[in-house]
Ligand binder design. Structure first.
Ligand code: ADE
Length: 253
């Protein structure tokens, strides 16, 4: 998958991309992340990319000309792929959304800076707007890295384990079960016996129940959308019949 990043801080991407699992993904041609410096597309002597807002007020606004020139020079006009703006005003990124973007062959990501971007960028060249959560960062670069990371690890071959992403918290609509590795006893704390039993059916059942229990305790909202079997619902009722009236309503239907 090709990802074209448009930013005023091109230097922040390589340190992460070159150090993580994504470096191997790039080496194996599974992802091709290209970082474009918006400032390089300015035509004035001082390479100005921001200006004061019409109507007054504080802060600076990202100018439209360098952004349009950058996007159109690299992606064509109109752009050959989706142009995603990282912004706290966008749709909040979820695992489900990540799967949708991971299915695309190419994606452009625009990182906002300053107090905002000229609205004409948003109206006439951006196709999608994504937020990584309900908080505001100083720019879209960290959100873009998160977006790239979330998408990349879903691409076939990026994780060593082919099932690597399917057990994740959120992949199934539930929080993931707990993991243990050696030693069997650490400071007196034992690994649960079931995990050493060799009984794969029992292990699967225990893990599913742990996921359900954790999700009910930490993110009961997720249970309303999760794909639950009758066995799952019976288990949830057995551990906490009162926990969620909506869930018991859902069980009756
Ligand atoms: N830019 C600033 N804050 C952001 C957020 N929460 N998500 C995406 N882009 C942003």
């Amino acid at each position: 998958m090709q990802m074209d990043i448009f930013t005023l801080l091109p230097g922040v991407f390589a340190p992460y991309l070159d150090a993580s699992i994504l470096a191997r993904a790039a080496k194996n041609d599974l992802i091709d992340v290209r970082v474009h410096d918006i400032r390089a597309f300015t035509t004035d002597r001082h390479h100005v990319c921001d200006d004061t807002p019409y109507g007054g007020g504080g802060g600076m606004v990202m100018k439209p000309e360098p952004v349009f020139t950058a996007l159109e020079s690299v992606l064509g006009s109109p752009p050959a792929c989706k142009v995603v703006l990282m912004t706290p005003q966008g749709r909040v990124l979820t695992q489900q959304l990540a799967y949708e973007y991971a299915a695309l062959p190419r994606l452009a990501i625009l990182c906002g800076r300053y107090e905002g971007i000229d609205e004409r960028i948003r109206e006439h060249i951006v196709t999608d707007e994504i937020s990584i959560g309900d908080y505001v960062l100083t720019g879209g670069e960290l959100p873009a890295l998160i977006f790239i990371d979330v998408i990349s690890r879903l691409l076939p071959g990026v994780l060593g384990d082919p099932d690597g992403a399917s057990d994740d918290s959120h992949a199934s609509g539930l929080i993931e079960y707990p993991h243990y590795t050696r030693p069997q006893v650490f400071r007196g704390w034992r690994v649960p016996d079931v995990l050493q039993s060799g009984n794969h059916a029992e292990i699967s059942r225990w893990r599913r129940q742990q996921s359900l229990m954790r999700t009910q305790a930490r993110r009961p909202d997720m249970l309303l959308k999760a794909d639950l079997t009758d066995t799952d619902r019976a288990y949830l009722r057995s551990i906490n019949p009162e926990a969620d009236p909506d869930l018991s309503k859902k069980n009756e239907t």
